[in-house]
Design a protein around this ligand. Structure first.
Ligand SMILES: Cc1cc2nc3c(=O)[nH]c(=O)nc-3n(C[C@H](O)[C@H](O)[C@H](O)COP(=O)(O)O)c2cc1C
Length: 171
């Protein structure tokens, strides 16, 4: 069962979970990968609802999203997927089929080609409409020292939220 929601409905719960981790799923050809992200936000830009994700160059997800220009965000609201978030946040899709290893279940998205993780209750389907590599010269030195001392910068993806919903009626 699907319950359509506005992009900012459940924002409080979603942002709270985001600080602990949500799943960013990408697809390239037949390969589907998911990784844990905690840096990002929802916003409203260009008259559109947007999910903003920060992805470092070294992630397999970076290659995947560069190819597909779309991604899904799956958010566990009430269920405990700590173990899965930990695994998907430490192993790379280059070396492991994380979805299989974690026994996560894929379900076709409603609008885009990248599936959602049906273990989670809340989902955004996103099409990249803008991306921007962080400009090293514009980062506060203390932030640079803390997060970028190996020059592994983030690329920031602005994904238009083209669909947002709950599944299983969990709220
Ligand atoms: C809680 C948590 C949050 C994370 N947030 C991000 C993030 O926002 N951006 C990012 O690039 N990596 C983040 N990571 C690290 C990636 O999830 C991790 O490097 C992962 O193994 C990359 O997978 P991939 O190579 O299959 O893309 C996070 C890890 C954890 C555990």
């Amino acid at each position: 069962m699907y319950t359509d929601i506005k992009f900012n409905e459940y924002a409080d719960k979603m942002l709270n979970q985001l600080t602990k981790g949500v799943f960013m799923t990408t697809k390239k050809g037949d390969k589907v990968n998911t990784m844990t992200i905690a840096w990002g936000s929802i916003s409203f830009v260009w008259g559109k609802p947007i999910f903003i994700a920060f992805v470092r160059y070294t992630r397999d997800t970076y290659q995947m999203v560069e190819h597909a220009d779309e991604f899904t965000i799956s958010i566990p609201l009430n269920i405990d997927l700590k173990k899965e978030l930990g695994y998907c946040g430490s192993k790379s899709g280059r070396d492991y089929d994380k979805i299989k290893e974690c026994d996560l279940k894929l379900r076709d998205a409603r609008v885009i080609n990248t599936p959602i993780l049906e273990d989670c209750e809340m989902h955004y389907e996103c099409k990249v409409i803008y991306k921007q590599a962080l400009e090293p010269g514009n980062i506060l030195q203390s932030v640079k020292d803390r997060y970028y001392n190996t020059n592994n910068y983030h690329v920031v993806y602005y994904g238009e939220i083209v669909d947002s919903y709950l599944i299983k009626g969990e709220e």
